[in-house]
Write a protein that binds this ligand. Structure first.
Ligand SMILES: C[S@@+](CC[C@H](N)C(=O)[O-])C[C@H]1O[C@@H](n2cnc3c(N)ncnc32)[C@H](O)[C@@H]1O
Length: 312
């Protein structure tokens, strides 16, 4: 039995992005919004993961699961019980409350509902019942939607958050760079999830917007006002949300300069573009290992391709 169960939720137009992230974090796609894995990921780094359930016991029926929980003789004071609804679980509110009570009475300790030291939980995928520890997604990052400065063409916060998990593969110790940080959409998501991320922006006015946005939420990050070509460091992952006016020869040069600079500093580069840049990627000695298209929606004027690249 895999150690962890993850549950997913996403808007329909973001399904491909969600699956790209799942492939990169877990080496597999989620199915019916559920994914079983031995890989431990903080659910709050993904905009799509609702929670991580650490499996401690499994049973084919509910009463048997309660028996197994009692046999564990858990005596951890300060616990809380939560119910984790997986796709297809039709249990109503009252039923869930009753089951949480059953589990609570099967644990021989004093609960703490306000500040629990551990959250125990049960869930079912209609085939088995599971008992374990639950870590729910922290949705505080959604406050970034109201950041003081934004461009009309800024990427949405879901994409921004996913770029960080793609570049890092979920490892918070990895050193990351947002090479073209604009107003800081990606940096805000890296900062709130506790990633080691820094930024670079060539335009002083835009750089000032990033500074203002980071200050607004009290994040302290290392950010550079410069051409990314001037940076002289190495990173585990680099994110590039390319400038959008890519239709003239001179801007092809800009694209090339940015991607080649990134490839010099990191073996893993995640690029967002609105046009086909496969040749530029190849000329920087990178190969595309995975990709997806995020369709335009709302105020967004164009679809974007996300290219996940590594050194050849
Ligand atoms: C598409 S915008 C990034 C938007 C950002 N992801 C956001 O959501 O706010 C691209 C940014 O790259 C910056 N840029 C262009 N060339 C650059 C270079 N050589 N080095 C660093 N930044 C560069 C532009 O000034 C622009 O702000």
């Amino acid at each position: 039995m895999p150690q962890y169960i993850y549950s997913f939720k996403y808007e329909a137009h973001l399904l491909d992005l969600c699956q790209l992230e799942a492939r990169q974090l877990f080496g597999q796609q989620q199915q019916d919004n559920i994914l079983f894995s031995d890989i431990k990921i903080d659910p709050s780094i993904s905009p799509f993961i609702l929670g991580r359930f650490e499996v401690m016991r499994t049973a084919t029926d509910y009463q048997q699961l309660l028996k197994l929980i009692r046999m564990m003789n858990i005596q951890t004071d300060g616990f809380k019980v939560d119910y984790f609804s997986l796709e297809g679980d039709g249990a109503r509110f009252e039923e869930r409350q009753k089951m949480m009570k059953d589990v609570g009475y099967s644990i021989f300790a004093v609960p703490d509902f306000k500040q629990p030291s551990v959250v125990y939980s049960i869930c079912t995928d209609q085939k088995q019942w599971y008992f374990g520890k639950l870590k729910r997604h922290d949705g505080d990052w959604r406050k970034h939607k109201n950041k003081p400065f934004s461009f009309s063409n800024s990427i949405d916060i879901h994409t921004g958050k996913t770029l960080v998990s793609l570049a890092s593969k979920g490892n918070k110790a990895h050193a990351l760079l947002d090479a073209c940080c604009g107003a800081g959409t990606v940096l805000l998501e890296g900062a709130i999830a506790g990633f080691n991320i820094s930024g670079c922006e060539i335009n002083p006015r835009t750089f000032y917007h990033t500074v203002k946005n980071l200050n607004h939420y009290g994040y302290e990050l290392d950010i550079h006002l410069s051409d990314v070509a001037e940076l002289d460091k190495t990173y585990d992952g680099i994110i590039i949300d390319l400038p959008y006016n890519l239709y003239s020869a001179s801007t092809d040069e800009v694209t090339q300069n940015i991607i080649q600079s990134a490839a010099r500093m990191s073996t893993r580069v995640v690029i967002v573009s609105i046009s086909d840049i496969e040749e530029v990627i190849a000329s920087a000695n990178l190969k595309v290992v995975d990709q997806c298209v995020v369709e335009k929606r709302g105020y967004s004027k164009f679809s974007r391709t996300i290219w996940l690249c590594e050194h050849r």
